[in-house]
Design a protein around this ligand. Structure first.
Ligand SMILES: Nc1ncnc2c1ncn2[C@@H]1O[C@H](COP(=O)(O)OP(=O)(O)OP(=O)(O)O)[C@@H](O)[C@H]1O
Ligand SMILES: [Mg+2]
Length: 318
């Protein structure tokens, strides 16, 4: 667990991070979101001491981060960032192997890990492992950056807008991959983004920052449905609130379990937003629902989807 206790960072007399107290729980996927210049990257970089905090305390597993040898601290933390490129004169494989090589993994293990990660991130190992960064597109470079951060299977993953340069399709695939990796490996992840939908989709714990301070933190659902002030409400967009709520709720929560309907079923763990596109595509107002194993388990009514969204309906007019 990583804990910030009244942490500040001052640049030229101005607080970039202003008396922030935060907890990044072990195994949690925390997303920092906020306006440009609100202190998100600075907060992230203070965790691995790329930026030193000026006051307050930052603890890792209960111990101040300054009490760890710097290299030992950094090796526990994978770091992926949009703008810090890969080492230009190293191949993709060498880039990914940076930390495993430092840790003196056997060569065969490193080679296997490189191929495993490339495949995981949708890059054909045979085609990509020997290329140099300038032979990759921006999005491919980003994926290699993410692979490098994951390489030594670090306990903590710090990611600063890691998917920024990707097209929506690749981006969605990588987001799903991150969620899967998170669920699979149970790593502590802190990710910075300014993409609201990305934040809502990925976060267990969402932290909204403005002007160096934490404005509100909680689950995505809490921030959407119980905004503490107008800034939070406006940030998440009043007009899009309904649709965003749909993406946080699943078909399983809204189906009528006693009903059955013939036809191709939608899976209960889909989000309501995904179900909505099925309604539109099929031009119907009821959908049969099936479990992950394909067994019928109820019916989703379009009407229920609207009626059970009181918060969305109550969203104040702009
Ligand atoms: N090295 C630095 N020297 C001086 N000021 C800095 C430095 N790094 C950041 N700042 C300032 O600190 C504030 C917070 O910056 P930070 O990079 O943390 O914001 P951010 O939330 O990540 O923004 P963005 O979404 O634009 O990336 C900004 O006002 C920025 O200008
Ligand atoms: Mg930033």
């Amino acid at each position: 667990m990583i804990e910030f206790d009244q942490v500040s960072k001052v640049y030229g007399g101005r607080a970039a991070v202003d008396n922030v107290s935060l907890r990044f729980n072990e195994g949690a996927f925390t997303v920092l979101i906020g306006t440009s210049g609100s202190g998100k990257s600075t907060t992230l970089k203070m965790i691995n001491r790329l930026v030193e905090h000026d006051s307050g305390r930052i603890l890792l597993s209960g111990k101040p981060i300054r009490d760890y040898p710097l290299q030992a601290l950094r090796r526990q933390m994978g770091y992926a960032i949009q703008s810090i490129g890969l080492f230009p004169h190293w191949t993709v494989a060498q880039n990914i192997a940076t930390v495993p090589a430092l840790l003196k993994w056997p060569k065969a293990r490193i080679a296997a890990r490189i191929d495993e990660l490339l495949a995981l991130l949708g890059l054909d190992p045979a085609q990509f492992r020997g290329r140099y960064p300038h032979e990759l597109s921006g999005g491919q470079q980003q994926r290699v950056g993410v692979a490098r951060a994951l390489a030594a299977d670090p306990a903590v993953l710090l990611m600063d807008e890691p998917f920024g340069a990707l097209d929506p399709v690749t981006r969605a695939a990588l987001q799903q991959e991150m969620r899967r990796i998170h669920q699979l490996l149970g790593r502590t992840i802190v990710l910075v983004t300014h993409d609201i939908d990305e934040a809502l989709q990925l976060a267990d714990h969402l932290v909204l920052m403005d002007n160096g301070r934490v404005v509100q933190q909680g689950t995505p659902l809490q921030l959407l449905t119980q905004p503490e002030n107008a800034f939070v409400r406006d940030f998440f967009g009043r007009s899009e609130l309904g649709v965003r709520l749909l993406s946080l709720r699943t078909v399983g929560e809204y189906l009528r379990p006693d009903e059955r309907l013939s036809g191709e079923g939608v899976v209960a763990h889909l989000t309501l937003r995904e179900a909505l596109s099925h309604f539109v595509e099929r031009q119907c107002d009821r959908l049969p629902v099936v479990t992950g194993e394909g067994e019928a388990c109820g019916v989703l009514h379009f009407r229920d989807l609207l009626e059970n969204m009181p918060e969305a309906n109550r969203a104040p007019a702009p």
